[in-house]
Structures are given as structure tokens and as C-alpha cells.
Design a protein around this ligand. Structure first.
Ligand SMILES: Nc1ncnc2c1ncn2[C@@H]1O[C@H](COP(=O)(O)OP(=O)(O)O)[C@@H](O)[C@H]1O
Ligand SMILES: [Mg+2]
Length: 257
């Protein structure tokens, strides 16, 4: 049974006592955190705190030295990105792993192309499916026949996100998804995050912008030097409380979750 079987039911994901060292450096040192369906959990901390390493262990990109991962209350065996995908875990990065010379549909289905009954790549079906999912996620998106190199950062992120959603991601890891974006583009991604949350996905959001964390996240887990400082409900703490956790490693008096 998961440790945290509260009235909210079983977490979508629970990571327990996760550990990873590089040489003598404890990059992640006994971190336990969880995520519920329809929830956004911010993962915060200074550069080098261990946020990305923790998330890479969840996405199967890095092997772990210790710890357990539970998905829907069952221990998950994640040793590579394919395993993580089988548990419906997908990652969206700051720098988009899109093929610049291909259009949105080709990117959405890259490596997982739809084919006709005679085995040909079904471009029409892929475009129709891309239009269908974009209508849901980003209705303003119109540039279906443009190589994605010509799209704005926010539009590119919406292609990356639609790819994850199309393939039924339940758990989304977003590692600084707006770090390379301008104000309007960031607002577009924020809207997408709200939309995904409403659809019941769970999202781990690594983000340095405390305003954005306050606006988008339900809870925030703060890391410092590989350790978890604590997890708080963002509505019950101030921005200064969160900064105190990040900078000083100090837990607030109230709001711990
Ligand atoms: N592949 C790696 N090899 C060696 N050290 C690494 C590797 N990846 C991360 N680290 C180290 O692990 C620590 C945590 O890094 P990281 O998780 O990337 O931090 P952040 O919180 O900024 O995402 C840092 O000290 C970093 O230098
Ligand atoms: Mg990082």
C-alpha cells in the first residue's frame, strides 16, 4: 500500500526514498514525493538541487541507486524511457525535441506513424487527428502545413504537449517548459497546463518563476542539495515562505502538505 493513502485516494505517482549519486555527489538523497490525478506539483530548488535528476529517474532516462516508484499504488518497474512510457509517463523539455523540418502532424506521430490498410503512411489521417487534438488543446493553432521551425516557442510546446496527450500520457513531467519563452508564449503554455489538469493528468512542473508556481501549482516540493526540504500547499503559504524553503532550506510553520 502507498504511504499516503489519504482521503484523496491513491496517488497517481509516488516516489519513495529516491537516491542517485554521481561519484561523491548525492544528487538526489532520499526524496519522497507524490502526485495526484488532476494535480500540478511544482518541483523547486536552486540549480543543482537535484530536480532534473529526480525527474529523469521517473522518466527512465537515468537509472536510480535506490528508491521505489509506485504508479496507481502498484510498484512500477522503470529502467528506461520505454518502461516509463508504458506507465503513461511523458516528458516535455525546455528545449523542444521536435524535428524542425517537419510539420505538426509529422512531429506528433514521429516514430509512431499511422498507416493505411495497405501499409502506406496515412498523412490525411495524421493531419485529421492532429487537428482534432489541437482543437481541444490549442484552438488557435492553424499552422498545420508549416515546418515547426517556423512556429513560435509556445506553438512548438503545444505540438510537444499534444504529442504526449495523444499517446495517452497520464503523468507529465515538464522540466522548465517556459524557460525559453516570452510572456505571451508562457501564458499559452500556462493555459495548456490548466487544460491538461482539468482532463485529469498529473503534472510535475519544474519552474523557477515563483509567481507562475503560485498560479499553476496545487502543491510545491522544494529540494536543496539533493534533499527534500518539504512539500507545501501553495495556497497556504506566501511567496516568501517558498523562497525561504529554496534559499535557506527552512520549512514554513504552516501549509506543509
Ligand atoms: N549526468 C550527470 N553526471 C554527473 N553529475 C550530474 C549529472 N546530472 C546531474 N549531475 C549533478 O547532479 C546534481 C543535481 O543536478 P540536477 O538534477 O540537474 O539539478 P537541477 O535541480 O538544477 O535540475 C548537480 O550537482 C549536477 O551537477
Ligand atoms: Mg534541471
Amino acid at each position: 500500500m502507498p504511504l499516503d493513502a489519504t482521503d484523496r485516494g491513491t496517488p497517481l505517482v509516488e516516489m519513495r526514498d529516491m537516491r542517485k549519486s554521481f561519484g561523491g555527489i548525492h544528487a538526489v538523497d532520499g526524496v519522497t514525493l507524490n502526485l495526484y490525478p488532476g494535480e500540478v506539483v511544482g518541483v523547486l530548488g536552486h540549480n543543482g538541487a537535484g530536480k532534473s535528476v529526480l525527474m529523469k529517474m521517473l522518466s527512465g532516462a537515468l537509472p536510480r541507486d535506490g528508491g521505489q516508484i509506485f504508479v496507481n499504488g502498484e510498484e512500477a518497474h522503470i529502467h528506461n524511457p520505454r518502461d516509463a512510457r508504458n506507465y503513461r509517463i511523458e516528458t516535455i523539455y525546455q528545449y523542444l525535441a521536435l524535428a524542425d523540418n517537419l510539420d505538426a502532424a509529422s512531429n506528433l506521430f514521429l516514430g509512431r506513424e499511422l498507416v493505411t490498410s495497405t501499409g502506406l503512411v496515412d498523412d490525411a489521417k495524421m493531419e485529421a487527428e492532429t487537428r482534432r487534438i489541437m482543437a481541444r488543446l490549442n484552438p488557435n493553432f492553424q499552422r498545420f502545413h508549416t515546418p515547426v521551425a517556423g512556429l513560435s516557442g509556445g506553438q512548438r510546446q503545444s505540438v510537444a504537449i499534444s504529442r504526449a496527450v495523444y499517446f495517452n500520457a497520464k503523468i507529465l513531467i515538464m522540466d522548465e517548459p517556459t524557460a525559453a519563452l516570452g510572456v505571451e508564449e508562457t501564458a499559452m503554455v500556462a493555459k495548456l497546463i490548466d487544460e491538461l489538469k482539468a482532463q485529469g493528468l498529473g503534472i510535475f512542473l519544474i519552474d523557477h518563476d515563483i509567481h507562475q508556481v503560485k498560479a499553476l501549482c496545487d502543491r510545491a516540493s522544494v529540494m536543496k542539495n539533493g534533499r527534500l526540504v518539504g512539500t507545501v500547499k501553495v495556497d497556504e503559504v506566501s511567496e516568501d515562505d517558498i523562497l525561504g524553503m529554496i534559499i535557506l532550506g527552512k520549512k514554513p510553520e504552516k501549509g506543509l502538505a
